[in-house]
Design a protein around this ligand. Structure first.
Ligand code: SF4
Ligand code: SF4
Length: 452
């Protein structure tokens, strides 16, 4: 479908500053493609190029397409949207690129233009609006979702739905997701609603704030709990600002940069009185660090976003850099580590989580080839592009060593996707967040002390 200005469903917000066939506000950044010399050194790093062998599904091809629209050679239409939205936004290409071309950033900016020109309609638009606008930005609705999931699991409904195969009326990939649903517990944001400051165990060395996240707090509140435990154990008072909200990563990945900006502003305000914002979800941490990119056309908020982003730290890097207590109890296990894209490629955090895991007595680390290759989760990519996500997951699982008991990582989306991989490919590994294992070691140490 070719798109002309007269076909646009809404009036372009910005026609004065148009850039080629980009007609909308928040134009893509020309500087981001200026350094691409078409060398192709990014090609092998790209999971979608590996699967398709097509130039348009490679980083170099995508940069070329995005630039061609800016030069007026291509239009913003479905043919352009397809390769742009098929990108996993995994950032492996930026790591591989000798010129540091920010392909992921360009992809997000191009998606912003596409979604303004071609808003999602029909059931896709309705589902997208329901979750992105109706659920994620509202903590009370997230907590309601958590309660519903808990009821579903505890009341016996889940057993009945599975036994009677009633579950199979849902689309195949949702049935698969239901199968790996973790045991839902009370979100920590709700649990500590009136707690004020959660005090350090022993002397207070620092005060930090925790981003509780959406998926993390609904599906994996035990990881948030483990994060609070390891922080307080290491001399941190922990604050959970109640006016914090969703980081906006899912919105920005989907091209809804306007909602992304609204959420960013709310978080910048919510965390303005703290020096350190700790994040245990790689995707959220990367988004928070990239808030300044959302305000390229707004100098006042850009300055605030830069100040905020400089305070954001991944939990494993924070513990590593501030000197955490090395656990003394032994956890005898063989593990492997998967680099979440938005931790390794997005934030350059690779060695710190490995060091933490290796500091636990009894842990034996088995190398995973291509550990920093995407697992196919990529936010909601496994829902929007199930076939490509499945192919990427299959390739990932081939690299998971057979003889390990645990696959460790630092991102909830990857945890769900890897759990799916374990189930689908008949493996039996546990999926564990880095701080969970550290917390288990501390707990074991404490329980051994009590026995003595
Ligand atoms: S994005 Fe980087 S690695 Fe890829 S073609 Fe351009 S300059 Fe080369
Ligand atoms: S972000 Fe990932 S999927 Fe997208 S072009 Fe780069 S390597 Fe390929």
């Amino acid at each position: 479908m070719s798109l002309r200005e007269s076909d646009l469903k809404q009036e372009p917000a910005c026609t004065i500053n148009r850039l080629g066939n980009y007609l909308w506000s928040d134009l893509p950044d020309e500087n981001k493609w200026a350094d691409c010399v078409h060398c192709g050194m990014c090609l092998e790093s790209c999971p979608t190029y590996e699967q398709t062998g097509q130039e348009q599904h490679s980083p170099r091809g995508r940069v070329h397409l995005i630039k061609s629209v800016a030069e007026g050679k291509l239009e913003v239409n479905e043919a352009f949207a397809d390769p742009v939205f098929a990108c996993l936004d995994c950032r492996a290409c930026t790591t591989a690129c000798p010129a540091d071309v920010d392909v992921g950033g360009l992809i997000e900016e191009a998606r912003g233009q596409i979604r303004q020109a071609l808003p999602l309609t029909g059931w896709k638009g309705a589902v997208s609006r329901f979750f992105l606008e109706g659920v994620f930005p509202h903590p009370n609705r997230l907590h309601l979702l958590s309660s519903l999931l808990k009821f579903y699991q505890k009341s016996g409904l889940q057993k009945v739905a599975r036994k009677t195969r009633l579950i199979n009326i849902m689309p195949k990939h949702l049935v698969e997701m239901e199968a790996i649903l973790p045991k839902v517990k009370q979100p920590v944001r709700k649990k500590y609603k009136h707690a004020g400051v959660i005090k350090a165990k022993g002397e207070t060395r620092r005060t930090v704030a925790l981003l509780t996240g959406c998926v993390m707090d609904v599906m994996f509140s035990d990881i948030n709990e483990a994060t609070i435990n390891v922080l307080t154990r290491n001399g941190n008072d922990v604050i959970i600002p109640q006016n914090q909200t969703c980081c906006g990563a899912l919105h920005v990945h989907a091209g809804d940069r306007e909602t992304g900006r609204k959420l960013a502003k709310q978080n910048i305000e919510a965390f303005k009185d703290v020096d350190r914002v700790i994040v245990n979800a790689a995707g959220c941490g990367c988004m928070l660090k990239e808030y300044p990119e959302l305000f390229r056309e707004d100098p006042k908020w850009r300055e605030k976003a830069e100040k905020f982003s400089s305070k954001v730290e991944d939990i494993s890097k924070y513990l590593h850099d501030t000197g955490y207590e090395k656990p003394k109890a032994e956890i005898k296990t063989r593990i492997t580590y998967h680099d979440a894209c938005h931790l390794a490629h997005g934030q350059g955090v690779r060695q710190e989580p490995r060091d933490i895991l290796l500091s636990i007595p009894g842990v034996e680390m088995v190398h995973m080839p291509n550990a920093d290759r995407c697992c196919g989760s990529a936010g909601i990519y496994n829902i929007t592009h199930p076939e490509m996500a499945e192919a990427v997951l299959q390739s990932k699982m081939q690299n998971v060593p057979e003889d390990v008991e645990i696959i460790s990582m630092g991102n909830p989306g990857c945890m769900l996707q890897m759990a799916m991989g374990v189930l689908k490919y008949g493996r039996n590994q546990k999926i564990v967040h880095t701080v969970q294992l550290l917390d288990w070691a501390y707990q074991k140490e404490d329980s051994l002390k009590e026995v003595k």
